[in-house]
Design a binder for this molecule. Structure first.
Ligand SMILES: Nc1ncnc2c1ncn2[C@@H]1O[C@H](COP(=O)(O)OP(=O)(O)OP(=O)(O)O)[C@@H](O)[C@H]1O
Ligand SMILES: [Mg+2]
Length: 366
């Protein structure tokens, strides 16, 4: 096919082969041959358009029927052309779709503005009550106050998430609404679903209001949501439940940083050690991990060195135990706002400082 100089063309036998080779650094159009005009083929196309909103799809079919057109459009295809006797029609379609890709972006993203995707920080622990939600909400508030660009906090504890309560927010929308619109989710739509925490300017995507709704959310859905958030946020902080599930795994894989929260007692350390083993088995790079020891000054028999030796990891942050933490949780005011001069707040500021060097986000688009 003859294309203009600024356009490169390549052909691949399968979507997998294409995904392996192509890094969509700019607008990308994929032209599917007639072999994809089957139920199974269209499903693959739909998966691709869903996983790669940045890619536009064109489909070439043997025979262009209304039904075919409808099915293709439902699979997220931007244009359908009948198998051309010459390539003129196809070229026209490529140019038409190319124009919509570069001229009318769905939203001004950081990447398009020359910035980078937002840095994604997940807060995780294999032990319930370790302090994940306290750390996630306070860290997100600090980053939101420091950053000029939006910062978002996602409550991925889909069954029992309590971030909204901890921050005294009354959400109109939750993760479930984002999933309901997943096929057309873009930055403006997702922005309209976030609730703003006025004291800090942080944007929050709360967990579903009913635990039963958690079943409606898949790992792929969450990845799609965080990708859209990363397109316009400088930072993304994710609060998680205290166990591995497909949503947590998908998010941990996507994360740039994983904060492992551990308490200072034997059951905590034991569970964190098991969690570390699982993360290794899952091939999550150790370089992503940061160890946060919560209630580090607790009057228990373990000392910090002992914990570090057992976990074979140096602690990146130590957060003291303080009654003001549950007090601030009950007030619905994050500790860093409620008691900014406290030791707890200072340690959380230090933790946030570990991410300060990337205030412009993490890197250019992958
Ligand atoms: N440094 C601290 N000092 C005192 N209390 C703390 C501290 N960190 C957390 N807490 C208290 O411990 C309880 C559990 O904290 P949090 O809800 O953040 O844990 P979690 O890991 O998110 O729990 P879950 O697994 O249930 O989601 C809360 O009541 C909180 O106030
Ligand atoms: Mg929690």
């Amino acid at each position: 096919m003859q294309l203009s100089e600024s356009v490169a063309a390549a052909s691949f036998p399968t979507i997998d082969a294409m995904e392996e080779k192509v890094d969509p650094g700019g607008p990308l159009i994929v032209v599917f041959g007639p072999s994809y005009a089957t139920a199974a083929g269209l499903k693959d196309v739909r998966d691709m358009t869903r996983n790669h909103p940045e890619i536009a799809a064109i489909m070439v079919v043997e025979e262009l029927t209304t039904q075919m057109l409808q099915q293709a459009l439902r699979a997220g295809v931007a244009d359908v052309v009948a198998a051309p006797s010459d390539s003129g029609q196809l070229l026209e379609a490529v140019e038409r779709v190319g124009e919509t890709l570069s001229v009318v972006p769905s939203a001004p993203t950081r990447a398009e503005a020359g910035g980078a995707e937002g840095r994604m920080i997940s807060v995780f622990s294999t032990k319930g009550g370790a302090g994940k939600s306290v750390v996630a909400s306070n860290l997100a508030v600090i980053l939101a106050r420091q950053s000029n660009a939006p910062v978002a906090l996602v409550d991925a504890d889909l069954q029992f998430g309590d971030v909204a309560v901890m921050m005294k927010l009354t959400p109109q929308h939750t993760v479930v609404d984002a999933v309901a619109s997943i096929n057309r989710l873009d930055a403006p739509l997702l922005q309209s679903l976030l609730v703003r925490h006025e004291p800090s300017g942080l944007y929050v995507l709360p967990a579903p209001v009913e635990p039963a709704f958690a079943d409606q959310v898949s790992g792929a859905d969450m990845v799609r949501i965080v990708k859209v958030l990363q397109s316009f946020c400088a930072y993304l902080v994710i609060d998680t439940p205290a166990h591995f599930n497909d949503v947590v795994l998908a998010l941990l894989e996507e994360s740039d940083d994983i904060l492992l929260i551990s308490g200072m007692d034997i059951p905590n350390i034991k569970n964190v050690k098991l969690g570390l083993q699982t993360l290794r088995l899952l091939n999550i790079p150790v370089s992503k991990l940061k160890l946060v020891l919560n209630r580090s000054n607790s009057k228990v028999k373990l000392d910090i060195g002992e914990v570090e030796r057992t976990l074979q990891m140096k602690a990146d942050a130590l957060i003291p135990s303080d009654i003001l933490v549950p007090q601030s949780v009950n007030k619905g005011v994050p500790a860093v706002i409620d008691a900014p001069k406290s030791g707890v707040s200072k340690s959380l500021e230090q933790l946030a400082g570990l991410f300060a060097d990337s205030s412009q986000g993490r890197r250019a688009r992958r």
